[in-house]
Each structure stands twice: as C-alpha cells, then as structure tokens.
Design a binder for this molecule. Structure first.
Ligand code: CP
Length: 330
C-alpha cells in the first residue's frame, strides 16, 4: 500500500564524497540532489516529519564568516533528518587565541564529525580540510569562489517555477566579480542547459580571463532582453577593499553612489519589463533594498522567488546531506 505521507525516495546513485565546488558533482549527482530536494520539499510543504536518515550522524557547522540563511538552513536540514547538529560559536572559540582554522576544524573532526559545513574566505581551506579530515567537507561559502549549495537550491527553485532549465535565459546581475553565488550558478546552470549572462558595470564583471564564454552586458536593457530569470546580487563591499582599494569600496558604499547605482542597475518592476513577460526575479540574500533591488519587487509574490529560494535552501541542503551521508538506505 502506498503511504501518501511517506512517498518512496527517488532512485539513483550518488558518487561524490565531498561538496566543495559544483564540479565535485557529476551530472548524475546533480540530478539526484535536485530530485531528492523536491522529495524533501514535499515533506516540508506538508509539515510532515522526514525519514530520520541521518540518525546517529554528527554534523558540525563551522562558519568563520557571517551567515543567516546558509547556517540556519544547514542546521534545520540536519535536524530534520535526525542528525546531531553542532553549531560552533566561532566568535567565542580558540580561533581568537591564534589557533589556525585547520587546527580548529581538525579538533572538531576528532570529536566525531561525519560532515563539516565550512564557510571561510580563505582560498584553498576547504581542499586542505578535505585532505586532512576523515569526514565529508561541505562548502558553505568560500570567499568569492564557490557556494555550491546556493547554486543547487537556486536550480531547485528555478525548476519548481519553470519545470526545467533547458533553454532558459538567466541574467545574473550586479556585483558578479565578488560573488561566489554567481560563480557556482554560472557553472551549474549551464550544465543544466540554461544560457547564462552577466549584467552590470564593467568594473564588477569577472576578470577577462574568467568565464570567457559567458556574454557580458553593461546595461539592464540589453542584458535582460528575453530573460526568464533575473538574478540580483548584493554589492559585496567586504571583498572590494583588497582588489579595488579601500577608497573604491567606500565610494560605492556612500548613499549618493548607491542611489546612482540603483538608478542604473537596480532591479525594479520597470526594469524587469526588459525581460520576458513571465520573468521571475531571484536573489540569494542578504538583499540591499534600494541598492541592487527594489523592495516592492523583492516582495511581489507574482514576480519574486526570493522566499521560495529560502524554502528550497532547507530542502536542498537536506538532499545534499542525505546524498553525502546516508548511502542507499531505504
Ligand atoms: N545566501 C547566503 O549565503 O546567505 P547567508 O550569507 O545569510 O548565509
């Protein structure tokens, strides 16, 4: 007899042992995670308890950079699957006594972690941890480089709205240069068949030798033309200093500059008219309302998928944890 509360999980293999970048996943792995995300989204929509497939597993969340969505949704995801979840209070940890990030992570792993979710700005830290730790390492955000579970949850959200990404046009707008979300999304969405564009001021586009096959636009009018999905990005002021010089970061941050930026590149109901009539807007959060996106558009349930992205954040991270840790149970 079919139990409507307990549908069968999707079938399929999963080969990855870590999730540091999108390219750690085969096409089959991506497909499996996205189908599993939809399976768990069903439980979340019904407020039904999901199978405790991670009972007995220990998940450690180690966030060396601030986070609201990623940290909380990984915590919820692990708990909904029955894992023991530990959030390391980094600001009160021995990192501040000079302990290295690797030593801190190794200490946590020695306490018996099965998976460690790590957010850090340091290049190469995740790979160094993967080489040293016995547990699975999941990237919860690495500098300006990769945020793979954000890309997966964005793909799950887009699929829920459009049925699939094959042939869809996705315009990624704003501060692409400093965005790990843009990088992971560009890698993943194209693998799923979408046409990706970067839209924004030239100084916020990636360096010329990166993503050379992605078309760049410096006006919303051209970049959004015919787009199905318009993805706004936050100005990542915290990463501008080193590359642009502090003064440029500061200059972009002041109110007049923000207003000017919004006039030229702000996503509003009006600028969304450049896109396809059915276009939806996405944003990974946190948003700077009135800088890269108008609050009225972000809050418009007919045009905005922002809160649906948050919802799929939990479902997709449940899927990623399950795929990495649970094996072929059930
Ligand atoms: N999208 C995202 O990574 O948000 P947080 O920084 O709040 O985790």
């Amino acid at each position: 007899m079919i139990d409507a509360q307990r549908p069968a999980p999707p079938q399929g293999g999963f080969s990855a042992r870590r999730l540091i970048g999108i390219d750690d996943l085969s096409d089959g792995d991506v497909d499996y995670i996205l189908r599993l995300a939809e399976y768990y989204a069903g439980y979340l929509r019904r407020s039904a308890p999901a199978p405790a497939r991670l009972r007995g597993k220990t998940q450690i969340n180690l966030f060396f950079e601030d986070s609201t969505r990623t940290n909380l949704s990984f915590e919820l995801a692990g708990k909904r699957l029955g894992a023991d979840v530990i959030n390391v209070p980094v600001s009160a940890s021995s990192v501040h006594k000079g302990e290295s990030l690797v030593d801190t992570a190794q200490t946590m792993a020695a306490m018996g972690a099965d998976v460690m979710i790590v957010r850090a700005k340091e290049e190469g830290l995740h790979e160094a941890l993967d080489a040293r730790l016995d547990c699975a390492v999941v990237n919860g955000g690495a500098g300006a480089r990769e945020h793979p579970t954000q890309a997966l949850l964005d793909a799950a959200t887009a699929r829920s709205a459009f049925g699939g990404l094959e042939g869809r046009i996705v315009a990624i707008c704003g501060d692409v240069r400093h965005s790990r979300v843009a990088g992971s999304n560009a890698r993943l969405l194209r693998r799923l068949g979408a046409e990706v564009r970067f839209v924004g001021p030239a100084r916020l586009a990636p360096p010329d030798d990166q993503f050379t096959d992605i078309e760049r636009f410096d006006t919303l009018k051209d970049g959004l033309a015919g787009a199905d999905i318009v993805m706004g990005l936050r100005m990542q002021f915290e990463r501008m200093g080193a590359e642009f010089g502090e003064t440029t970061g500061e200059a972009l941050r002041d109110e007049e500059s923000s207003r000017r930026y919004f006039r030229e590149f702000g996503l509003t109901h009006e600028t969304l008219r450049y896109a396809a009539p059915h276009a939806k807007v996405m944003h990974p959060g946190p948003m700077n309302r009135g800088v890269e996106i108008d609050g009225a558009l972000a809050d418009d349930p007919d045009r905005s998928l922002v809160l649906r992205q948050v919802f799929y954040g939990v479902a997709t991270r449940m899927a990623a944890l399950d795929a990495l840790l649970a094996g072929d149970a059930d």
